[in-house]
Design a protein around this ligand. Structure first.
Ligand code: ARG
Ligand code: ZN
Ligand code: CA
Length: 284
């Protein structure tokens, strides 16, 4: 039996002092568009769900999580811009962006997050900033009190809990760069935050790319990550006739081509939330 969770989000907009709506100081409308995407994707209400091939349609799942902008700040004050915390890096004395690359996230993890996070027992923290190295985003995994396969016992510290997203890949209205302009980077990264693994099993560097698992038993075994917008069916690891479930949010395809979570992925998310995992169910 699944539960519906409603999570308050705080988006830390780490900017370079630009006017609101310019560059990394993204607009309220851009933030709202991202919340809209999440509330569609995590409730299986995304209109492009109809594009999922018929073989996978029965697996499309309502994750039963919805997201609202935080309306009261940690001091108990009503927020002028619900869900948004604007931070000018100049006022903090921080170095100029970009702040992280695929090889080093230390400035974000060591400086930016610890000095801006809101109590992760009360808020879901999202940092939007200028990332380097072609990285679109990354997440911190949950503690694994649920005992799921493929997760470490401990996720990470409270001061770094949440998700980081490149400002140009956040939401579907505003300052965006195709093909990552439909808000699916946060859909994907929050999947990790809820304990989901990559659908191909993270074995892309192993000799046998059919040996890994995502610990979700209804997602076909798949060789490596897919990019772009593959043609169905894309058969690997003897997963014919239907092939890879490349339209799952936990693959790496273009935003316009990712459209579903599966039933087993829902079970994992619900297990993480139900287990009372610190900083997950607590904030609901
Ligand atoms: N962590 C991945 C990256 O930075 C996220 C990929 C998300 N994919 C997407 N189509 N939005 O590459
Ligand atoms: Zn990922
Ligand atoms: Ca694989």
């Amino acid at each position: 039996t699944a539960t519906t969770y409603t999570l308050p989000i705080i988006v830390h907009v780490i900017n370079n002092g630009e006017p609101v709506g310019v560059g990394s100081n993204i607009s309220q409308a851009q933030v709202q568009s991202q919340l809209d995407v999440l509330n569609e994707d995590y409730r299986n209400r995304n209109t492009d769900g109809t594009l999922v091939p018929s073989a996978f349609q029965p697996l499309r799942s309502d994750m039963q999580v919805q997201f609202v902008p935080a309306s009261i700040d940690p001091d108990g004050n009503v927020m002028a811009e619900p869900g948004i915390d604007r931070v000018d890096r100049n006022a903090k004395g921080w170095t100029a962006p970009p702040y992280g690359s695929s090889t080093s996230l230390s400035y974000i993890e060591g400086t930016i997050k610890p000095s801006t996070y809101w109590d992760p027992n009360r808020y879901l923290n999202i940092w939007v900033l200028n990332l380097g190295g072609g990285l679109l985003g990354y997440a911190q995994f949950p503690d694994n009190t649920a005992g799921l396969g493929g997760l470490s016992a401990l996720g990470g510290s409270a001061a770094t809990d949440g998700v980081v997203i490149l400002y140009a890949a956040f939401g579907r209205v505003g300052t965006l760069t195709a093909p990552y302009n439909k808000g699916r980077t946060l859909t994907h990264e929050l999947g990790h935050w809820f304990g989901l693994r990559h659908i191909w099993g993270d074995d892309e560097r192993l000799t046998n790319t059919c040996s890994g698992s995502d610990y979700a038993d209804d997602t076909p075994n798949q060789a490596v990550q897919n990019y772009g917008c593959p043609t169905y069916p894309h058969v690997t690891c003897a997963n014919d006739p239907n092939g890879d479930m490349f339209m799952d949010y936990m693959d790496y395809v273009d935003d316009a081509c990712m459209q579903m979570f599966s039933a087993s992925q829902k079970d994992r998310l619900q297990a993480i939330m139900a287990a009372g995992t610190p900083r997950r169910s607590i904030l609901a």
